[in-house]
Design a protein around this ligand. Structure first.
Ligand code: FAD
Ligand code: MG
Ligand code: MG
Length: 320
């Protein structure tokens, strides 16, 4: 049996990025980490300068021309935001920056400040010009935040770089966005085994293992970026209608899909929709699968033909 012995790790995009390969390949690995750094430099809103920051800093003043790749990601983010506006909105930046959940200085903001920021998050106020690749935020104070899709986009780019270097098997993990390449050599049936964290477990316990081949496994949850104040939990998935964290029955949503971008998009949207509405959507999209972990310790598997779920934590009641 061949082992996945070669692991390469760096701290980038605010998380641990790791590549696991069956054979060493320094050239491929270097190309991957260089590209992730380059994309982080373009997309980050956590530093004073980047392409996205140039757009944000020019809000209300003038359009900003960006690179083709950034423009294309923004174009997709806008399409999704206009369509799924009630739970997915890439103009959410002013609220993300106000709450600072997961960052130093997090706080429960005043209702007045939240109301003010809600006036600045309409994705219709973002003008894109596909001829010049320019982006204009019409109101001062508006800010783009690609945190809900950028890791997925980057994971797919990493996969294509590995393919360019003839690496067709392995695991890409961008802090919870896992992309598996091809079939595994360690499992007799070719499945990759991806651990699904038990929400809020402090010692890395798993609720189960997801077995897939050549699929992306992306989780959005409320148990990594959150804080507790006056016995209330505030997490980073915000409701664009209210400006407060989304409040529903879910602790996490995991999407099993072909691309990681798709996984990132739907993990965020389905968290916002909750189980029932997401299930209706999934019935019409059989190539997408989801695992919902509920606060009441139920695990709901939808479209389970695309993966195998091996339960680890017996506290969960599994339903389909
Ligand atoms: P997802 O569910 O995929 O997305 C949630 C994130 O999307 C939120 O954190 C918020 O940013 C945004 N969001 C919240 N509500 C909505 C909504 N309704 N619609 C759309 N988007 C929403 N983290 C650090 O701690 N330090 C860093 O320096 C840092 N740099 C980063 C640089 C880049 C280029 C990227 C892509 C991420 C970086 N991060 C950093 C992490 C980032 O801040 C987010 O926490 C992360 O992208 C969330 O991903 P997720 O998969 O956990 O959640
Ligand atoms: Mg994500
Ligand atoms: Mg997401």
């Amino acid at each position: 049996m061949v082992n996945l012995n070669y692991e390469y790790t760096q701290h980038l995009i605010g998380t641990t990025v790791s590549l696991m390969l069956f054979e060493p390949n320094e050239t491929a690995v270097q190309a991957v980490f260089q590209t992730i750094k380059m994309l982080e430099d373009k997309l980050t809103v956590n530093r004073s300068s980047s392409e996205v920051m140039s757009i944000n800093l020019a809000a209300g003043h003038h359009p900003v021309i960006v690179s083709r790749s950034v423009f294309s990601l923004i174009e997709q983010a806008q399409k999704i935001s206009l369509y799924f506006n009630s739970c997915f909105n890439f103009a959410i930046g002013p609220l993300v920056k106000l709450w600072k959940i997961g960052f130093n200085g997090y706080q429960v903001p005043s209702a007045k400040l939240i109301r003010e920021k809600l006036l600045l998050i309409d994705p219709k106020n973002i003008e894109l010009d596909a001829n010049t690749y320019s982006v204009f935020l019409r109101k001062p104070g508006m800010e783009i935040d690609l945190g809900a899709i950028a890791k997925g986009y980057i994971a797919d780019v990493v996969k294509s770089i590995l393919h360019q270097h003839q690496v067709y098997k392995g695991i890409i993990n961008l802090g919870g966005n896992v992309l598996t390449l091809g079939s595994s050599l360690t499992d007799g049936n070719g499945y990759w085994h991806i651990g699904l964290r038990k929400p809020f477990s402090t010692n890395g316990k798993l609720s189960g293992i997801i077995k897939v081949k050549d699929k992306s496994v992306v989780t959005s949850g409320i148990y990594e970026r959150f804080f507790i104040q006056n016995y209330r939990l505030y997490h980073h998935l915000l409701n664009p209608q209210t400006g407060y964290p989304l409040n529903n029955e879910l602790e996490s949503v995991t999407i099993i899909s072909d691309s990681s971008l798709e996984g990132d998009i739907y993990s965020t949207i389905f968290y916002g929709w909750g189980v029932d509405k997401s299930r209706q959507y999934l019935q019409k999209h059989q190539n997408l699968s989801a695992i919902f972990l509920l606060k009441n310790k139920t695990a709901i598997l939808v479209n389970p033909d695309n993966f195998i779920f091996q339960q680890i934590d017996t506290q969960y009641q599994i339903k389909t």
